[in-house]
Design a protein around this ligand. Structure first.
Ligand code: HEM
Length: 413
């Protein structure tokens, strides 16, 4: 692959890259540093990141899609359990507690856990949600058409997935703000452990879900279903159940929200693409895939090498942490020429926004796709002439690529 340069800044060299620290949240304030990732893919795809943070050990930064896929598909060599999935192993809570989450499990434990939880995520269960998502989105957009404006994050991206998760859990609608609050705390807490937000949110969520479970037994809510699900005589332990709901509150929420926000921004900057989708709604499923790829709302997940190994001729020692940058893999030119461009009209067959294709591949991908399909079907059908009316406020950490506010004016179609 041709070396990628930084235009006027030019002539990047490996020693300069040595000063790069991808564990520094400051590198991500305006979103993932895509130019830097392009350089790393070209010049140092297996890059030793020296962290300046006293609590983060050095790690390997993996930026090419093929390497991310390879690591993801070799779960017996690269563990999610050993040191967890973040640069800082105990970023949100003690590792022993986090290890009750499906995303922290290795085989064979992971196979068992995934078999139990995926009964609640069948295509049929998910398809049932379509009507209620459409009703909510339609009401939001009707109101926006009346007033001529909306804040994309506050009015659309945030409430839709949040309502879906609240309904799925069987939690009262009046608790949506509480769930949103925990999501925000977890989000900020990963990069700012000293604030203690994540741990606080996990404890509060644990207590909340512990109270919710008894009221849901025997109902067809996700909580009700998973509290009693049995496969081959096996059940989820109480800790596993609580931690599964904790992951849903975050994973089912923040990710779809940030993909929605990025998608609206992409269409705002490309009115011809908005017009093409409005003229031919059959293009929406591909558009949704492009939106998810371009947004890649979770920047990375980590794994730990369980044995000495080698990647692209670089020696990786047992115990080393490898950070797989999905936001880089989704923009790898080797996979998709012109990957930095937002283009809902070209076919998108591969990206890494849902992971590198291994056993931890996003369990909620079908649900996220459904929500985004409905959102963009209704959005492209109803509004035109998108225009920013204030600053776009980003909310980015090393882990999350998101937005806090996108105020826009719209005209009814
Ligand atoms: C656009 C939206 C979403 C994105 C970008 C996203 C992204 C991801 C990523 C990158 C992973 C890790 C994959 C890996 O390491 O191989 C993951 C795992 C997971 N996601 Fe999502 N996600 C989204 C929506 C959802 C939703 C809506 C839910 C559930 C309601 C969900 C539930 C999960 C769960 C439970 C896992 C862990 C799976 C496992 O460990 O086996 N996600 N997601």
């Amino acid at each position: 692959m041709a070396a990628v340069t930084l235009g006027a800044m030019a002539a990047p060299t490996l020693p300069e890259l040595d000063t790069v620290d991808l564990s520094d949240p400051a590198t991500f304030v305006d979103g993932p540093p895509h130019e830097l990732f392009a350089r790393l893919r070209a010049e140092a795809p297996v890059f030793r990141n020296r962290s300046r943070h006293p609590s983060i050990d050095d790690f390997w930064s993996i930026t090419r899609a093929t390497d991310i896929e390879w690591i993801s598909k070799h779960a017996t060599l690269f563990s999610a359990h050993e040191k967890g999935i973040w640069m800082r192993p105990d970023a949100s809570a003690p590792l022993d507690m986090l290890r009750n989450m499906v995303i922290f499990k290795d085989p064979p434990e992971h196979s068992r856990y995934r078999k139990l939880v995926q009964v609640a995520f069948t295509p049929r269960t998910i398809a049932h949600l379509e009507d209620s998502v459409r009703t909510q989105v339609t009401a939001i957009l009707d109101k926006a058409c009346e007033t001529g404006s909306l804040d994309v994050v506050r009015d659309l991206s945030l409430p839709v997935p949040l309502t879906v998760i609240t309904d799925l859990l069987g939690a009262p609608a009046s608790d949506v703000d509480q769930l949103a609050h925990w999501t925000a705390k977890l989000d900020t807490g990963i990069d700012n452990v000293e604030l203690g937000y994540s741990m606080e949110a996990m404890m509060e969520m644990g207590a909340y879900l512990g109270d919710l479970i008894p009221s849901q037994i025997g109902t067809d809510s996700l909580v009700g279903l998973l509290a009693s699900v049995e496969v081959d005589g096996d059940r989820l332990s109480e800790e596993e159940l609580l931690m599964f709901f904790a992951i849903l509150v975050f994973a089912g929420n923040d990710t779809t929200r940030n993909a929605t926000s990025a998608g609206v921004l992409g269409l705002l900057e490309n009115p011809d693409q908005l017009a093409a989708l409005a003229a031919d709604p059959s293009l929406i499923p591909n558009a949704v895939e492009e939106i998810i790829r371009w947004a890649t709302p979770l920047n990375y997940f980590a794994r730990t090498a369980l044995a000495d190994t080698e990647l692209r001729g670089v020696r990786i020692a047992a115990g080393d942490l490898l950070v797989m940058w999905y936001c880089s893999g989704s923009r790898d030119e080797e996979i998709l020429p012109g990957a930095d461009r937002f283009d809902v009209l070209r076919p998108v067959e591969y990206h890494q926004a849902f992971g590198g294709g291994g056993r931890h591949f996003c369990l909620g991908a079908g649900l996220a796709r459904l929500e985004l399909k409905v959102i963009f079907e209704e959005f492209t059908r109803r509004v035109r002439d998108l225009r920013l009316t204030g600053p776009v406020v980003r909310h980015c950490t090393t882990w999350v690529n998101g937005y806090d506010s996108i105020p826009i004016a719209v005209t009814p179609a």
